[in-house]
Design a protein around this ligand. Structure first.
Ligand SMILES: [Zn+2]
Length: 703
């Protein structure tokens, strides 16, 4: 039996019930009331593969590639997403014989195919047949062809062509046994192309506004057009917020970026419906870009079977960044793949620079980090770096000469480890008790109006996430309409756009025993992006049990000292900056207060008891170490203490029990203490309580 078959593992349809577990890992199983099993019948295997571009190679080279892939343990490739000009070399003449023999040969080698719909780049004949399909930027300049992502998704001519090629490909491959699924297009919005300012978009934006507001006076009222004389009499007077002498109306801006996001969602839905209508057994996905801020991925995820994302970690960056994006992507549907995992130096198409070379052990660690955070598939980008084109520096597993070297050996070794661990990973899912709300409306609102220099909404969300992770917990990244009851703690960083309905749902969560954590600038805006006329934090004030007396944006490095008055941090002091809010407790207890003479004694952090739950309001941004310690007192107990900085602990759980991943993301050896002794699936040895992980070391413990 080929290696690629050995590596596979069947997932079975799971019952939506709490599975019993052996409680060797010291958590009572009832802690995980939020645990949920997913139906996995459409993901038949743990996938391990690479992105492959047969159009870059001769038939002879491709024939040589396939046995090497097989030897590396690869069981899936993604192909075709930029090859429209090969699939339809002339208008209406479709051609598949350049790739079909490759798909068949891969299939015979046990390697399945995911096809990309090639709509990110139309053939060059398209521009003369379908005029006016190119995007325009905010200055009104055309985004020219020659690269990718330059067509307007609201241009009828482009939409017509896209539907044609997608239908034709779906019909051709619907019964091909090697094709298992589809990736629609590629990285929507890449190269700053989410927002288009062309005439098609202006027309579509007005239609979007008519559907939303119905009446022009309702729009005038919602946008506050009485400011700077912006009243509209008719829909066709409404412009796109193109470059203008001063900042746009915030409501106009927010509706435009919502519309631009919805444009991508609609484009996705069209292709999803077309493919599913013809190939109902194939999965359909799209490759997200982690924390990409311009598209509401919650909405986009409604029109795909499960999301995938493209992971290019920075060797010297924060090791929790990839985990954050893994958890963001997992949270949309409870499962995900990494469709592009860095496997060599990157090669930026614009700067022309060769990126960092992964150090020995990093490719393996990144693959396990993805699985540890819930991935059911990891594909490397890419099989072999191409010899030409804007990304001729962007490396893959193989270099330009195609000779397998140490990166290939590492991919192969990791495949062997996947085989070892696969039976125990079967049917497991990441255990989560904590959620963090990442709200796209807030993200977009702060993009225009951060309130103070140095505040970045997504950066703040990541700081809060990181502190959760440093305390050992996994964390779902959720939307405001998610089911809060699945979690013990919900953290809502700078949740600025809040209405009474959302405040009521959050109140019900706390009342039932949940813990909420809010941070500065919460509850200040209406859903239209106007300011509330209520005292901050607006609709959240009754829940928080405190109001904001005064806000102080800090510039020039100014800080203020606060002192904790209760809890584990009582007596500790720290300096806070960027933005502070002087609070007034109205029922809540003071947890920390300002020390600065002018505001001495004013609450900086409060805690309100609501029913069976607690609601914290942080009027300040805490320094990293203090934030970690503060959250340690808010989050549920975690059985491992003093986890070294940069070491990651995650858990997946299934009917067989728990699998605990311990990953050393640092460049030094790390020693830590486990809460007992556990068998390590990779080495076969029993380890603990004290363990030392080498640089890039990974333990996969059966608990
Ligand atoms: Zn457009």
């Amino acid at each position: 039996m080929a290696r690629t078959i050995c590596i596979s593992m069947e997932f079975h349809v799971r019952q939506h019930t709490e599975a019993p577990c052996r409680v060797l890992w010291p958590f009572p199983s009832q802690c995980y009331a939020t645990f949920r099993c997913m139906n996995r019948e459409d993901i038949a295997m743990l996938r391990y593969g690479a992105c492959y571009y047969p159009e870059h190679w001769t038939a002879e080279q491709a024939r040589q590639h396939i046995p090497l892939m097989q030897k590396a343990g690869i069981n899936v490739v993604r192909m075709g997403e930029f090859a429209w000009c090969k699939f339809e070399p002339e208008p209406g003449r479709y051609k598949f014989d350049w790739i079909d023999p490759i798909i068949d040969a891969l299939g015979k080698a046990g390697i399945a195919t995911v096809l990309g719909t090639p709509t990110a780049i139309p053939p060059n004949w398209a521009y003369s047949r379908q005029p006016n399909i190119l995007q325009k930027n905010a200055e009104g300049h055309v985004r020219n062809p020659g690269a990718r992502c330059h067509c307007c998704k609201n241009a009828p001519g482009y939409q017509f062509m896209c539907e044609g090629i997608v239908q034709e490909m779906a019909r051709h491959y619907k019964d091909n046994p090697s094709v298992i699924g589809w990736q629609v297009d590629n990285e929507f919005g890449c190269h700053n192309t989410t927002r288009c300012y062309c005439e098609h978009c202006e027309k579509a934006f007005r239609e979007w506004l008519i559907a939303k507001y119905g009446d022009i006076e309702a729009l005038n009222a919602a946008w506050g057009t009485s400011f700077w004389g912006f009243d509209f009499r008719q829909w066709n007077e409404i412009p796109l917020p193109r470059t203008m002498p001063a900042g746009p109306n915030p409501a106009h801006w927010l509706d435009f970026v919502r519309f631009s996001s919805d444009t991508q969602v609609k484009f996705m839905k069209t292709q999803y419906d077309l493919i599913k209508g013809i190939c109902p057994k194939h999965f359909v996905t799209h490759n997200f870009m982690g924390c990409f801020p311009e598209i509401d991925y919650y909405k986009l995820s409604q029109h795909l079977d499960f999301p995938v994302w493209d992971n290019y970690p920075d060797s010297f960056g924060d090791p929790f960044h990839p985990s954050y994006a893994h958890e963001i992507t997992r949270s949309f549907k409870g499962r995900f793949w990494v469709m592009e995992e860095k496997s060599g130096p990157t090669g930026d198409a614009e700067a022309g620079l060769l990126g960092e070379q992964p150090e020995p052990g990093e490719i393996r660690r990144w693959a396990w980090q993805a699985v540890a955070n819930g991935a059911d598939g990891v594909l490397y980008f890419r099989w072999r770096v191409c010899l030409f084109g804007a990304e001729q520096y962007w490396h893959g597993i193989l270099d330009h000469d195609g000779i397998p070297r140490r990166r290939y050996a590492e991919v192969r070794k990791t495949a062997e480890e996947f085989v070892k661990a696969a039976p125990d990973l079967e049917g497991t899912q990441v255990e989560v008790r904590i959620a963090l709300i990442r709200h796209f409306d807030a993200l977009w609102s702060f993009e225009r109006q951060p309130g103070v220099a140095g505040f970045h909404y997504d950066g703040h969300c990541f700081e809060m996430y990181r502190a959760v992770k440093q305390n050992g917990h996994n964390c779902d990244i959720i939307n405001v309409d998610s089911d809060f009851a699945r979690y013990r703690v919900v953290i809502a960083p700078s949740l600025s756009l809040v209405d009474d309905a959302l405040a009521k749902r959050l109140h019900a969560f706390a009342d039932a025993g949940g813990t909420l954590v809010f941070t500065p600038q919460s509850g200040v805006r209406t859903p239209a992006n106007a300011m509330w006329d209520r005292t901050r934090p607006g609709p959240l004030a009754p829940l928080v049990g405190a109001t904001v007396d005064e806000v102080r944006p800090y510039y020039h490095g100014q800080t203020n000292e606060i002192a904790f008055t209760q809890g584990a941090l009582a007596g500790q002091t720290c300096n806070v900056g960027t933005w502070v809010e002087m609070l007034h407790a109205a029922g809540a207890e003071t947890v920390a207060e300002f020390r600065d003479e002018a505001f001495a004694g004013k609450p900086a952090i409060t805690c309100n008891t609501v029913g069976k739950g607690k609601v914290y309001y942080l009027g300040v941004f805490l320094p990293e170490k203090i934030l970690k310690a503060f959250l340690a007192g808010v989050l549920p107990e975690f059985p491992m203490k003093d986890i070294p900085e940069g070491v990651e602990v995650t858990m997946r759980r299934g009917k067989q029990g728990r699998i605990v991943f311990v990953i050393n993301n640092t460049r030094e050896r790390q020693t830590l203490t486990l809460p007992g002794q556990f068998p390590d699936l990779l080495s076969g040895e029993t380890v603990g309580p004290k363990v030392t992980l080498a640089r890039n070391g990974v333990l996969i413990l059966k608990a």
